[in-house]
Design a protein around this ligand. Sequence first.
Ligand code: ADP
Ligand code: ZN
Ligand code: MG
Length: 502
Amino acid sequence: MRRLADVLEDWEAVIGLEVHTALTTLETKMFCGCRLSHDDEPNANVCPICLGMPGALPVPNEKAIESIVMAGLATNCEVMRRSMFYRKHYFYPDMAKNFQTTQGPVAFVMHGHLDLEVSGEGACERLSATVDKRPDGSYVAPIRILRIHMEEDAAKMNHLGGAEGRIGGASESLIDYNRCGTPLIELVTEPDLRTPEEARLFMEKLRQTFLALGISDCSMEKGSMRCDGNVSLRRRGDTHFGTKTELKNLNSYKSLHDALAYEICRQAEVLEEGGAVRQETRHWEPSRRRTVVMRVKETADDYRFFPDPDLAPFDLSDEFIERCRARMPELPDARRDRYMTTWGLRRLDAEKLVADPATASFFEAVAAQVEPSVMPTLVNVMVNLVPAFAALSEAQVASVSGLLAEDALTFAQAREVFELVDGTDADPVRVVDERGMRQSTDADALGAIVDEVLKRCESQAQQYHDGNKKVIGFLVGQCMRASKGSGNPKMFNQLLVRRLEA
Ligand code: ADP
Ligand code: ZN
Ligand code: MG
């Protein structure tokens, strides 16, 4: 198969995503009062409603509707005042009532968009001229959102493998209904994405947005956020869409990107050999790095789709919508812009810090404790050091950033200090003093060491004069050794250059 970049020279990929997010932060299920927890004993959180016993009547969870309205407001959607629930029928033991309660043609929120900021690096894949590129190749791609609708999750099936899972040759499965009836929101994009990288960025941005809203833990590993990718190809310049395939089991950013990239190359091969893409659902196998056919597309008729007679249509009031609006937190884009204007952060750094609301709040708390002159160092520390540690306190990060900013520590030493204090309430200043780690910036003391080293290393000094400027690294190393690591390497470097150039 050809490489993705080559394929995209000839073909344009058309991608639409369907993203399911479980509203894990709610206390109860979508239509009953059962506790929303997947970690309890199997089948501990069930009742006649979520087990679908005849005669049990569903009662919608108002908090779940608040969550979906907030998700809609955060993605520039229109809140649909009147919508209702439908039944989507199917037979499988993960839903005892044999239908999933979901929404019909009108969803709670519809017709929004999310603007993707694509850097020059990710942009090289998008070759169509449908967006305005900046000189560095980066661009903003507006991705339209068709709808976000509410539905319920099914039970978790545990398919037993091996001998104990088989009775007379048939396989056996265990069913845990704790997850059944968990409120899910499904977001469907228009087919506006053009590359696997854009799809990955979209998913990242959506996850950041939902995390900021606090409506889900958004864990792709645990399956509380999962995504199907729809993809088709068309010749560059064509205006009609080609036939799409739908990819399931994309449970990480990497799977999403790699599965789409594989599928684009596979479809190109089929089309270039004169074949036709079949509309089908395919499954991504990460270990074998390929997609395989799961099933050929079913149609809506197979689901016997109709309005649920047990659930009255909704009429969302102005007051309800305004209450949701009032609860909206600052979203990642606004937060990023605030960091750039308040503290002069670079766009990329600001974006990294706002990606996770917990990190952003932590950063802001530390920022409130440090001098303005320490801010650039703090940002560097937050982006490059802090993510490697589990339990640093705000005070510890503030203190180490301060020491770094005044050149009392090198970056490597700062990492060492974090290793020593992580998860404790130790004061970094004490640790640095106790271990004699504080870097000397005393120009006289360091100057004496530099003189001594230059006397010893005449041949290296000569190399420097002959144009081999890199030898300075060796000389700094000698100075560091002579000072037993207590000298500041930046100062050594400056002093060496000053003397050598004199
Ligand atoms: P289906 O009826 O097969 O479920 P939908 O029209 O509901 O298809 O669209 C499902 C998803 O597929 C949406 O995200 C949409 O943007 C995307 N999609 C629709 N048509 C195409 C196409 N030709 N190529 C790629 N994606 C598409
Ligand atoms: Zn229940
Ligand atoms: Mg669909």
